[in-house]
Design a protein around this ligand. Structure first.
Ligand SMILES: Cc1ncc(COP(=O)(O)O)c(C=O)c1O
Length: 138
């Protein structure tokens, strides 16, 4: 099994398909140092520049002080905090729907939505260049 993985990795490298994770220094910003080099960033999802906004940093710090830094359990057991619940209720009121459900990543949201909407035997027609989360969910 491990020999197969090593061989698969070697093949990916030879085909130029091996991926690695660039290391970002500091917060999200239009200017960033990545792997020791300075860049002007056009690939971030932080479109509104909120990732490094002082008010949100303070809110996150206050949340950590109040609730700690770990959920301790899944939402269905004992990890659904008052702050999560109130945010879901506020978002539901904002969009005028009975409920909202928050996910901590887009990947998880796409997995949940597709698997909730489609079942065994259903056909899904999708662009093959969709985000991996949609393809994985399908
Ligand atoms: C269209 C789309 N779906 C899903 C994701 C995955 O989001 P996350 O990185 O929060 O899991 C991304 C991330 O860029 C995305 O662009």
């Amino acid at each position: 099994m491990l020999a197969n993985l090593s061989e698969a990795l070697r093949e990916r490298q030879q085909e130029g398909l091996y991926r690695s994770r660039p290391v970002l220094e500091g917060p999200q910003s239009p200017h960033a140092t990545i792997d020791g080099r300075d860049f002007l960033v056009f690939c971030s999802n932080d479109y509104l520049g909120l990732a490094n906004h002082p008010a949100l940093i303070e809110a996150a710090a206050e949340g950590a002080r109040r609730y700690g830094v770990g959920s301790g359990a899944s939402h269905l057991i004992s990890g659904h905090f008052r702050a999560h619940h109130e945010l879901e209720e506020a978002l539901a009121a904002f969009v005028g729907l009975p409920r909202t459900l928050l996910f901590s990543t887009g990947y998880m949201a796409n997995m949940a939505v597709v698997t909730a909407l489609a079942g065994r035997g259903d056909a899904i027609f999708a662009d093959r260049l969709n985000h991996a989360s949609l393809n994985d969910a399908a």
